[in-house]
Design a protein around this ligand. Sequence first.
Ligand SMILES: Nc1ncnc2c1ncn2[C@@H]1O[C@H](COP(=O)(O)OP(=O)(O)OP(=O)(O)O)[C@@H](O)[C@H]1O
Ligand SMILES: [Mg+2]
Length: 342
Amino acid sequence: MTEPLLEISGLRTGFDTYDGRVRAVDGVDLTVHAGKTLCVVGESGCGKSVTARSILRLVEAPGSIDAGTITWHGGDAPFDVLSLDVKDERLARLRGGDIGMIFQEPMASLLPLRTIGAQLIETIRIHTGLDKRAARAKAVDLLGQVGIPKPHERIDAYPFQLSGGMCQRVMIAIALCADPSLLIADEPTTALDVTTQARILDLIRTLQAEHRMAVMFITHDLGVVAELADEVAVMYLGRVVERAGVDELFADPKHPYTKALLASVPVLGRDRGRDLPTIPGAVPNPLHRPSGCSFHPRCAEAIAGTCDVVAPPEVDFDAGTGFADRRTVECVLYADREGAPA
Ligand SMILES: Nc1ncnc2c1ncn2[C@@H]1O[C@H](COP(=O)(O)OP(=O)(O)OP(=O)(O)O)[C@@H](O)[C@H]1O
Ligand SMILES: [Mg+2]
C-alpha cells in the first residue's frame, strides 16, 4: 500500500441560499495515495467540484466549510489544511505549488487580457523563485511538454488566439508549474472533442509517470475512469456512496447507483440498435433531500419502509484484492451480508 498524500475526513461544505442552506458536500471521506490516481465520479450537482475547491480552501461566499479535516501528508510534517490561518504560508505553498489544479472552466480561469506566457511565468516565479529569464525558459519547456506546437512563439499569444484544447493544455501547464505532488483535474476534457480528449488524457498519464504525481481526477465519464483510475469514489448528493479499486468497481459494482451508472455506458457490439437504460428521475435538489437514503426514489432495489426511512450504513468490505485502500458501500442491502462486518 502506498502512503496517503491527502486525507479528507468528514468534510461538509454548504451554501446559504434564499431557500435555506444547501449541503453540497455532506460528510465526505476520501484518500489520495502518493503517485496514484483517484477518480471521483457522479452525476452533475453531486458535489465533486465543491469537494475539490474545499481542498484548496477556494469555496467562496455564500459558501463555507462547516466541518471536517483535510490532512496534507506531502510536507515535512502532516497538517490540517482546514485549520490553517488564511495567511499561513503553507496554504500559499499548497495552492499552485504542491497541489496543481485544473479548473472545470478553463476559459474562465485564464485572464483574457494577459498573454499565456505572462500568466505562466508569474505562477512559476511565485512558486520557484526563478528569475524572469529562467522562468520564461521553463514556461516554454512546459508548453512544449503539454504538446503545444512552437511553444517559443505561442508563449506570447493571448488566450483568445488559442483553441479550447490549446487553452486546456495551457491550464495543465500552469497546474504543473511547480512540479506538484498532487494534480486535481476537474473535468479537464469535458468541453473537448474526443480526439483532443484522448490526447490530453495521454498527456496527464505520461506526465504522471514522469513526475510521479498523484492525480485526483473528477469526471462523469466512466470510460475515462476505466482508463485512468487506480481507485474510484462514486458520489451521490454530497456523499461517497461507494469506493473501490478500479477493477473491483467494474467487475463487482455493489451500490445500486454504481450499477445504474455502469449500465448506462454503451458497450461496443453489445448495445447496437438497443436503447441504453437510463437512471430514472434526476438528482434531487439538495435543498429537498429525500428521507432515508437519498438515492431511494431512483433506486431499482429500494426496500419500502427501510430505504425511505433510515440513513444507510457505510458497509466496510475487506479491501483484500486490488489496490483499493478501502472497499465501502453505503447501502442497507449489504448491512447483513457475508463479507461485511456485523
Ligand atoms: N455558489 C453556489 N451557491 C449555491 N449552491 C451552490 C454553489 N456552488 C455549488 N452549489 C451547489 O452545490 C452542489 C454541488 O455542486 P458541484 O459544483 O460540486 O457539483 P459537481 O458534482 O461538480 O457537478 P458538475 O458535474 O455539474 O460539475 C450543487 O447542488 C450546486 O447547486
Ligand atoms: Mg463540477
